[in-house]
Design a binder for this molecule. Sequence first.
Ligand SMILES: [Zn+2]
Length: 278
Amino acid sequence: MLATAVWDQGSLHVHLPWSSKAGFRIILKVESTAMIRVNRPPPAMALSDRRIAEMEKQASQFFLTDTRSTRQRTFDFDWPDERIEARILEALDLAWAGRCAFCGTGGGLDIHRFRPEQDAVAEDGGTSRRHYWWLAYEWNNLYPACTHCREAQGAKFPTEEDRVRAGTTERLNERERPLLLDPCDDDPEALLIYSEEGEVASEDHRALVTVETFDLNRPELVLERKQTIQWVRMGLSQAGKALHGRSYRAFADAIQTLYSEAAPFAARSSSIAPATRS
Ligand SMILES: [Zn+2]
């Protein structure tokens, strides 16, 4: 019989039918400094403000007019007012638990358009003026992002297939096959591999372009990941020692520390599964 342990609403229940061969595996999901998949909640109410509809109308007039007849080349995609902007950011913050959608760090977030509002840059550096003005206020195109990620991506949006026609809002990723991972559509956790040293790598081309584009191996991120990994290893090693000495109280304490609010990562989706006997 294998040992089972259940983490339930803040307390750990460990059932150990003791035997030297029984054991279990603890899976901790590190969510800070990592890109994770997030299921997008329904659109923020603030997006249905009539002033946003007005901005969209102006943008469509601007981009559907021949550029040669106007001296102004770029459109100013502002938010109608600070309150609307704050509400949208609040909704994004809630969905991503206050973390950047691309690098996973917390704090200093802003609304970011995954597909740029204009002058989208391709892999070869070429730009497309009209991509993607019609998505500037589209909920599915908005993500919370830190300044570093926002600046690192800029207007880069490389795609494998041709860019969609203006006005397209459905099945965008399927049609364009972007070279950047979409945290709401792809599974970054399955594609990105983190080393003990805190660096992120991948065997997947799109994941690699994503790491490069968002600068996901910048020194401060690498250091933070390394420290988190060390912290987790230390906690698990303490738990292991306690278990070995049959000190269940100490074991429970060590596990509890790993799952505590003070932990430098979120363990909210972690699971404990029976280990295979070796
Ligand atoms: Zn970031």
